[in-house]
Design a binder for this molecule. Sequence first.
Ligand SMILES: *Cc1c(COP(=O)(O)O)cnc(C)c1O
Length: 362
Amino acid sequence: MAHVKLHIPGPVEVSEKTFQAFRLPMIGHRGQGFKDLMAKIQPQLQTLLGTKQLVCLSTSSAWGVMEGALRNLTHKKVLNCMKGAFSDKWLDVAKRCGKEAEALQVPWGSPIRAEAIDARLATGQFDSLTLIHNETSTGTMSPVAEIAALKRKYPEVMFIVDAVSSMTAVPLNFDHLGIDVLLAGAQKAFALPPGLTVFTCSSAALAKAATTKDRGYYFDFVDFQKNAAENMTPSTPSISHVYALASKLDEFYAEGLMARYDRHRQTNQMTRDWATKHGFTLFPESGFESMTLCCVNNGAKSGGRKIDAAKLQKLTKDQGYLIDGGYGKIKGTTFRISNMGDETPASMTMLLTAMDSAMTKL
Ligand SMILES: *Cc1c(COP(=O)(O)O)cnc(C)c1O
């Protein structure tokens, strides 16, 4: 069957070069070869995340580490900042882990603002909070620096930040932000196959985790840290992913991180311009739009031309490109187009030209 190129916001298209790295022969994960591989990528990951802390690799999708962060770091109560499908889910996950949890819910499409968090943390009830930097279901980015600045006021609260669909596409400086956990799954802006999560923890988070009873085994952050110090992982990792990540990191530095961020800004702007050209508005509140995808209103509410998002998706797919028909409760009234990963102005032009053609048939 002909391959349909992915422009959904994860998993995204994986290059042939990455697959070539992915299928290199296996090596033992306690052997020198593996340690050398990890030693090579560790400083590249540290620069990427802007940290002197060790960066850990988990063979799990992002939710493994998202759940793990709660198991390691929530003793009292967690504040779940909620603004879309993924961030809303984190409340449910906290409860399923038996944690005291409270929702700080804003309407889908709105960002989370520091004032709202400040008001809740001021109650003194919370020892942790979860935040999704780029809420992928709505294409909305929250001002992470503004929120992270609260850490100075509440040093004992663990700030757990999901940057699943923004890491590598926008600058994120972990040490400068001063947050406690930063994580991302590999299948989004890293453009790797799904199944790997990159994360780092502050010294305070590691010290707290060490005091946490029942933090479990598989996502024990202390174990991850100890192993990372020896260029290893606690259990057998997906070695294929580590090869692929190493290849990807070399690509990032060959391009240059700044050029990579610029490319995402540029390809995202192309998508926004396409939406505007067709009379659509974007779903997120103005000024808080994502850089890695566009969540576009189908016109139902914007006064523009109302289109059938499922039909647009189908007509685009017939030309070899898969866009997303909306997620959760905004499925059908929005559609999403991803520009994350390896996309270039040239590849986006191909997609958007196909979508232009689809629009003429609606
Ligand atoms: C995709 C996504 C997740 C879920 O990640 P899995 O890899 O499916 O566990 C979590 N958070 C955000 C922001 C995402 O975009």
